[in-house]
Design a protein around this ligand. Structure first.
Ligand SMILES: N[C@@H](CCC(=O)N[C@@H](CS)C(=O)NCC(=O)O)C(=O)O
Length: 251
């Protein structure tokens, strides 16, 4: 990780606090996850856009030598925090107290564990399948990925029923999204784009009514409005990825 780099010479006029920076991409879902947490806590930050192709920057490689991925949160003193879910939890601890004093992580250890569990689940199972729908190079691969996403959404619908306790969000609150709301919410633009790109209505009121309502409420939060990109931008970027990386018949 990057070394501490703060130099403080003591006297003189007070300098403005150095900004928190986020190495990321405006359309990257994992970057969106980190930015949603920063927005929820009102943390001023600069998004430093990283170009991942054809080469990653030395700055990114130095900040995240382990995974070499975005996002990376760079603290004012130069220290780096990698992995989007770790960043969200760091933000929750470093800038405590949301609008109504509710944490991004619940108070109750069991509920905290559930938010972490489902966050790991979406990263391991849901997102790879959703990504694979748009980047599949055969009809068979696309059909397989679609079935996996639908199965994952069914599980998540049940999880929502169990965790939300009648509240608007997985957190069980009506005004404060929690870790898992943010962890899943960052993929909403990709879900909306998938509808446009592949004609797939994956969030359907007939099969996932709770998640449909949740997605509307999440998208209506100030943090989501400030951070989530327009679907058209994600559609255009996905088409670029398809044209660049997906060669029909290569799988
Ligand atoms: N587990 C990581 C995943 C981050 C990730 O996959 N980021 C993508 C962009 S959305 C990336 O950096 N891809 C470049 C690569 O895989 O080399 C996290 O949660 O931060």
């Amino acid at each position: 990780m990057a070394a501490r780099g703060r130099s403080d010479d003591g006297g003189g006029e007070a300098q403005p606090a150095p900004a928190v920076r986020l190495l990321g991409g405006r359309l990257s879902p994992f970057t969106l996850r980190a930015r949603l947490a920063l927005a929820l806590r009102g943390v001023e930050h600069e998004l430093v856009e990283e170009q991942l192709h054809p080469h990653k920057s030395d700055r990114l490689l130095a900040a995240n030598p382990v995974y070499k991925k975005i996002p990376v949160l760079l603290l004012p003193d130069g220290r780096a925090i990698c992995e989007s879910a770790v960043i969200v939890q760091y933000v929750d601890e470093a800038w405590p107290g949301g609008a109504d004093g509710v944490g991004i992580l619940p108070e109750d250890p069991y509920e905290r564990a559930m938010h972490r569990f489902w966050t790991v689940y979406v990263d391991d199972k849901f997102w790879p399948a959703l990504d694979a729908i748009s980047l599949a190079v055969t009809q068979e691969a696309r059909a397989r990925a679609t079935a996996e996403v639908l199965a994952a959404l069914k599980l998540l619908e049940e999880a929502f029923g169990a965790r939300s306790n009648g509240g608007a969000f997985f957190s069980g609150h009506d005004a404060s999204p929690g870790l898992f709301d943010i962890a899943l919410g960052c993929f909403l633009p990709a879900l909306w784009a998938c509808k446009q790109l592949n004609g797939l209505k994956l969030l359907d009121v007939a099969t996932t009514p709770l998640l449909c309502r949740w997605s509307e409420r999440f998208a209506a939060t100030a943090a989501a409005k400030a951070v989530l990109p327009e679907t058209e931008e994600v559609v255009a970027f996905t088409r670029f990825l398809q044209a660049t990386f997906c060669v029909a018949g290569s799988k």
